[in-house]
Design a protein. Sequence first.
Length: 442
Amino acid sequence: MILILLCFSSSDSQVRTDSRQNGESHKKPKGKLIESSDQNTKGNQKRTPLQKNKIDGNRGVRLAGNSKDFSNDDDDDDEEADSLQDTSMTETKRNQSEDEDEDEEIIVNVELMSDFVFRGNTFGSESISQRDNVKYSSFLPAYTFQPSIEIPITKRLTLEFWFNLFLTHKGDRDSDQRFLQAGPGEPELLNYYQPYLNQGVLPFDPRSVHQFKEENGLKWDDGGEILADYKLSESKFGKFSTGFFSYNAFLPKNRFSWTQVYIAWEIPFLTYLNPKLSFFKTTDPGNDSPTTGINKGWGYIPFELSHEFKITQKFKITPTISAGYIIRNNPQDNLSGFSDITSNLKLEYDGFYLTANMAYRPNLEIYDSSYFFDNITTSDSMRDGRTIDPSKQYGALNNSVRDVINRNFSDPLVQKFILENYQSQHIKREIYYFSFGYSKGI
């Protein structure tokens, strides 16, 4: 009887073991489970870590003969899945936090430039030529320090604060070299007072009539700019943004200011070249620069192309070219045309960069006026691509040349022709300048 009971017990135990193994066959095998999950996620670009962990955590299959209790195995599976899920969620939050930090990154930039050139206008080198009585040239160092900071206010709105601080030629200078004047830039009074002086009479107050320095130092063009840029939309038609910039000189006397509003379109064609078309509208066209005149224009339309070549992870080369069309260059001349074709080559390594730049002036008549060069020109000499050479305008030597011409030629037209040929020089079509800087996100 005991033998019969033992046989039944052994048979019942074997049946339980077989049924447990057969029960696993009702569950989908590991390969089938992954295959089914892959079918469900077909078409997704990437499976997230959370999805992967969920799939792996659903594996309830155990090999036959495993000595662990299945209820404990299920608990272990749940704990493992929860742990993996918590880890993946932590990683996801950390990645989102990094993305948010990247979006809200503040960009700080410091740059040392050999000249301040903007849209074919030179704020530095040509002003130095007039200040120091030096012939205009395509390259004349006018070193300036230009720091800036770009602050994202929202994902769409960005503010930038930019400054221009000349490092040399900041002080005023007596450029016209006149001995007796009633004020800066006033005519020479020596010939008028000479007869009285010859008689030993002082006919003027030396405290008010003397040599004066003209207000021609580059300190008058030191200033700051605020730029606000707002991203309007991004679609298959391209990216649109709008904003304004306002540049103002620091010194209150004869303060120069320049404000424009704009709209920009990043064109969705030939994206390899990053084409961009903009329109700028000037809001204060009547304000002149205290040194060289600046062609603000009623409006300005630039078209830009650029491409970044990533040589290594840290080393990049970026060529850029921009062609600008100015509308009504200044209130005096009201000329329109292509004012500049500006190209630059930027070499960047780990935040440090070096640029070589050239501003080409295709339409010289936009610059050929007394408004721009702020010196003596006549209606006959305008639009001929020439202007007065500052080195031949003032001083004792040039006055002597002028006197010789007047004594030897009685015809006023001949005198004028010879003098203009002596004093004039070609307006420079090309302006070269360089920069070195460092940019970092914080």
